[in-house]
Design a protein around this ligand. Structure first.
Ligand code: ZN
Ligand code: ZN
Length: 224
């Protein structure tokens, strides 16, 4: 199965980034970088976090592998990797994903249909990187299915191109919850996205729905 090795690489890098961001947040020298200098009371119990984070860690690789096993040829290929095509596919998938996720987050998660499930994630009022895993399984599955759908729309794409988009999807999910604004190149953009997503977590009626870029929030007037 050609998807297994890239998938393991993505999960390993994501795991290292998660630990690195968590370690950084705990360091005294990182205090000036914190988006909320005085974090409020943590309302999430370790037990609740354990249950949701298990699901959120396990579901994406299971769904990606499942889609790879059942539908490989309809959205992926293992032929020659043409760099120009790979770059176009990479940005096209992420742009489509950012748009469909924006719609899902705004109208599904904050609409009537999945409000209760999404409220689980919004239990994190002062986001830190570990809260990126505090997500209801239905919401996690929706996010990964939207990424697979975006890939299918663009595809078939090279398996390594998909792995690269899956890596960006995972890293952005960690970065926007890291609670740190690095403020300088090359992490300035990640810090900006963490700040706007932190604003989103301040209530269930706030803007900033997209998770990869601010494009669609700016376009549709929901940027705060
Ligand atoms: Zn939300
Ligand atoms: Zn969040």
């Amino acid at each position: 199965m050609p998807l297994v090795v890239p998938l393991i690489v993505v999960l390993a890098i994501s795991g290292v980034v998660l630990l690195l961001l968590r370690w950084t947040f705990a360091q005294p020298w990182a205090a000036p970088l914190k988006i909320r200098p005085e974090p409020g009371p943590v309302r999430l119990t370790a037990e609740r976090m354990r249950v949701t984070s298990r699901w959120t860690s396990a579901l994406p690789p299971v769904l990606v592998l499942g889609a790879g096993l059942l539908l490989f040829d309809s959205f992926l290929h293992t032929g020659e990797l043409v760099v120009v095509d790979a770059v176009i596919d990479f940005f096209a998938i992420l742009l489509i994903y950012d748009f469909v996720y924006y719609l899902a987050h705004r109208f599904l998660f904050h609409g009537e249909l999945m409000f209760r499930q999404h409220a689980v994630h919004h239990g994190a009022k002062y986001p830190q990187v570990q809260h990126s895993l505090h997500v209801h399984p239905l919401e996690t599955a929706t996010g990964i299915l939207l990424l697979l759908f975006s890939t299918w729309l663009v595809g078939p794409v090279h398996v390594d191109t998909f792995a690269a988009t899956f890596l960006v999807y995972s890293i952005m999910n960690l970065a926007i919850h890291c609670g740190l604004d690095f403020g300088r190149f090359p992490l300035r953009f990640l810090g900006h996205m963490a700040r706007v997503h932190d604003t989103h977590h301040r209530g269930m009626n706030r803007g900033n729905y997209a998770s990869i870029t601010p494009i669609f929030d700016l376009l549709f007037g929901t940027a705060e």
